[in-house]
Design a protein around this ligand. Structure first.
Ligand SMILES: Nc1ncnc2c1ncn2[C@@H]1O[C@H](COP(=O)(O)OP(=O)(O)OP(=O)(O)O)[C@@H](O)[C@H]1O
Ligand SMILES: [Mg+2]
Length: 290
């Protein structure tokens, strides 16, 4: 996969993004710096409304940044959006599956969109249905699927084009514990194949289990980043939940000021994102997770 000179699959520097509406302008990303080395998992954490989905939108070319440089797989998201789109997969916070089609039809549609060709498309569809335990449901309309089955189909659809960088926006929300572990196992398998993953989650144990590096977004900036172990150590916390709570305290006075001026609460921890001392070697390995 193409990367930047330093082997970064994702590199955002000084990323700024505001939303404009009749009510005025809302600054959401106020100079976000984020790097993700190729072949690693980074978890982007932050309170509701912190700008995680907005960040994923910019990184995946769905939203234009106002300022900053953003490169994905070595390509500039503003100047080379088509090149970025060709190598990424995105699973949005809201599932993108078509309820009226069957699971297999949804996957074949993605295969067509990825120009896989008929035979290759059918093979890829069958592989992914198998991988996500959806073979028995393949011929049923998605409207009959449970929420968790839809989530799995959504992720399978993301993978049809064999993307080298995958964005997962709250991929396990609503999944039961076993399905969540199945999905973790798939994430680990993808990373073992060299895929780079940026995921958002509100399940901090998930970040602890899966992520080589964690970045916490608050007040429009990344206020801390590091391995889960580093962050726990720096904040003298037993869990990532405690780290999160320490870093994302709402401002005492006006919550509306949040995006403009809240970065002082959790000053940057001083740790750096990067290849890590504690990769996917947690006790819940792929085999256990199945
Ligand atoms: N299309 C939009 N137009 C206007 N404002 C938006 C738009 N999308 C998001 N926002 C606002 O931008 C801020 C960040 O939203 P975003 O969805 O990026 O947060 P998030 O961190 O993903 O939150 P959550 O954890 O709830 O998913 C919020 O205040 C939201 O209301
Ligand atoms: Mg979101």
């Amino acid at each position: 996969m193409p990367t930047t000179a330093r082997g970064l699959a994702i590199e955002a520097r000084g990323l700024r993004k505001s939303y404009r509406s009749k009510a005025g302008e809302q600054l959401v990303l106020d100079g976000v710096d984020l790097v993700v080395p190729a072949g690693t998992v980074t978890a982007l954490l932050g309170p509701n409304g912190a700008g995680k989905t907005t960040t994923v939108g910019v990184l995946s070319t769905l939203l234009a940044p106002d300022a900053g440089t953003v490169r994905v797989a070595g390509y500039d998201v503003v100047r080379e959006p088509d090149a970025v789109r060709a190598v990424i997969g995105v699973t949005g916070q809201i599932t993108a599956v078509d309820d009226l089609l069957t699971g297999a039809e949804n996957l074949r549609l993605m295969a067509d969109l990825n120009h896989l060709g008929r035979a290759a498309g059918r093979r890829r569809t069958a592989d992914l249905l198998e991988r996500f335990g959806l073979t028995d449901a393949a011929a049923k309309p998605v409207s009959t699927y449970s929420g968790g089955m839809k989530r799995k189909l959504d992720l399978a659809m993301t993978l049809v084009g064999s993307p080298s960088v995958v964005f997962l926006d709250e991929p396990t929300t609503g999944l039961d514990p076993r399905s969540r572990r199945t999905l973790w196992a798939e994430v680990r398998a993808l990373v073992a194949e060299g895929t780079t993953i940026l995921l958002t989650t509100q399940y901090l144990e998930e970040a602890d289990q899966l992520a080589d590096s964690v970045a916490v977004l608050h007040g429009g900036r990344v206020v801390a980043e590091g391995t889960p172990a580093e962050l726990k150590q720096v904040h003298d916390a037993g869990t990532l939940d405690d780290v999160f709570l320490a870093l994302t305290e709402p401002p005492a006075d006006d919550p509306a000021e949040d995006s403009a001026d809240a970065t002082g609460v959790g000053a940057r921890s001083g740790t750096t994102a990067g290849p890590t001392d504690s990769p996917t070697d947690s006790p819940t390995d792929r085999e256990n997770a199945r």
